[in-house]
Design a protein around this ligand. Structure first.
Ligand SMILES: Nc1ncnc2c1ncn2[C@@H]1O[C@H](COP(=O)(O)OP(=O)(O)OP(=O)(O)O)[C@@H](O)[C@H]1O
Ligand SMILES: [Mg+2]
Length: 396
């Protein structure tokens, strides 16, 4: 029924109870595991499958969205499905099987319920205690997936720990295992080679690395209801993408000397009229400024003609560094729903010098589709604030 990739085959053929899918970005881990979970749900009546994630926003942006794509693009699949309860996030199959999408607050929360199969998506965002509680209540397969940006409990407590976890297989994949990507998509991942060795190793090869040295040093996650909706709006930040890179749009507010950030758009394939539609759906006020990538004057003009108040970012020769310097003067609070911003601020690091291994002061040109718009707002709206006080010149 499914068009599958080698990642699916590997997982399907694995005899191990725990299938650890370590991999680079876009290798097809999440998609393949979800397809396989459907295969099992159909062939194993009355089975219960739990797809777990760090929190509901991550489930929605990740596995739930992928599941919906699989459902839409697999002609034979819908006839097996009775219903999807959106509020409970439960897929009910005609044969009595279910697939539920859940997140757990803590280990105690994970004590409830038993299941046939478990998938923890991006499991490095979930604690070991939660994994353990879910694992011991799972009778058949356990699937884990993650990008290995650093070692964590999978490496420290699961791999090689035969007494507790006797049946484990690690499947390492990268984008070269995914036949469903375009050549441009493959090329854009391979280009990480020119950015940073460690980043390339993790995201292009799926090998365990040690990503450190975040460029933005003062980012903090807040709950969505802590976001100050009435704080002073500095503006929206917009970065244009299309085929490979997503279009990124976020809003930035200022309150009590801190920045408050909320992600709104992170999506590929958006034309300018589509961006305009998205802004309408967001109820973005057409009088509120949007600061956009000045490298795309044509797009800026098109959005202006559609009545949006878009202005180009004041980029200059050293503006990457200067905007980062400005941003790092502030505590940056971002909402839990800003899942892509959360990922980018962790992956956006300074390039390392290939010879010395030391961080340079040049950030990588990747994972910046929401970081750049934030910088644009900083460039146009913050440079006037908090200017470092220059020491007066004295002549003796
Ligand atoms: N069997 C498939 N059929 C069609 N498209 C696929 C298939 N497998 C993967 N893809 C495409 O490849 C994209 C990347 O796959 P996926 O999201 O599973 O990668 P991933 O390894 O989970 O990446 P990341 O580590 O970034 O989360 C999917 O969004 C989908 O478009
Ligand atoms: Mg994934």
């Amino acid at each position: 029924m499914f068009e599958v990739s080698p990642v699916y085959e590997e997982n399907f053929n694995s005899k191990a109870k725990i299938k650890i899918n370590q991999g680079g970005t876009w290798s097809g881990k999440t998609y393949s595991i979800l397809q396989l979970l459907c295969t099992h749900a159909i062939s194993d009546p009355n089975s219960i499958t739990t797809v777990a994630g760090q929190d509901v926003p991550n489930l929605k942006a990740g596995p739930i969205r992928d599941f919906q794509t699989i459902l839409k693009t697999t002609p034979g699949l819908p006839r097996f499905i009775e219903s999807y309860n959106k509020s409970d996030r439960v897929v009910q199959f005609h044969n009595g099987s279910i697939i539920e999408f859940k997140s757990y607050e803590d280990a105690q929360d994970a004590h409830s319920g038993k299941r046939t199969r478990l998938f923890i998506n991006e499991c490095n965002g979930v604690s070991y205690e939660i994994f353990k509680q879910l694992y011991i209540r799972t009778s058949k397969d356990v699937f884990l997936d993650y990008n290995p940006s650093s070692e964590f409990w999978v490496h420290e407590l699961v791999l090689g720990n035969r007494s507790l976890y006797p049946s484990v297989q690690r499947i390492i994949s990268d984008h070269r295992h995914n036949p469903f990507l375009t050549q441009e998509q493959h090329d854009s991942i391979e280009r990480l080679k020119y950015e940073d060795e460690e980043t390339f190793k993790v995201y292009a090869r799926g090998l365990t690395g040690k990503i450190e040295g975040a460029v933005l040093t003062r980012c903090f996650m807040i709950e969505d209801d802590q976001y100050p909706n009435d704080a002073k709006l500095l503006g929206g930040g917009l970065d244009f993408g299309f085929t490979n890179d997503p279009t990124g749009f976020l809003e930035v507010r200022m309150q009590e000397g801190e920045l408050w950030v909320r992600e709104h758009i992170y999506e590929t394939g958006l034309t300018n009229p589509m961006i305009s539609e998205r802004l309408k759906e967001l109820n973005w006020n057409s009088r509120d400024e949007i600061i956009a990538d000045s490298a795309e004057p044509k797009s800026i003009k098109e959005l202006q003609d559609l009545r949006w108040k878009v202005e180009p970012a004041m980029k200059g020769p050293d503006s990457i560094r200067s905007s980062i310097e400005i941003l790092n003067r502030y505590k940056i609070n971002y909402t839990r729903s800003s899942v892509n911003f959360h990922k980018e601020q962790k992956a956006y690091i300074y390039k390392k010098d290939r010879k010395t291994g030391k961080s340079t002061n040049e950030p990588i040109d990747a994972f910046n589709h929401l970081i750049d718009p934030l910088r644009y707002v900083a460039l146009n709206k913050l440079s006037a604030y908090n200017k470092p006080v220059k020491a007066p010149k004295y002549s003796f």
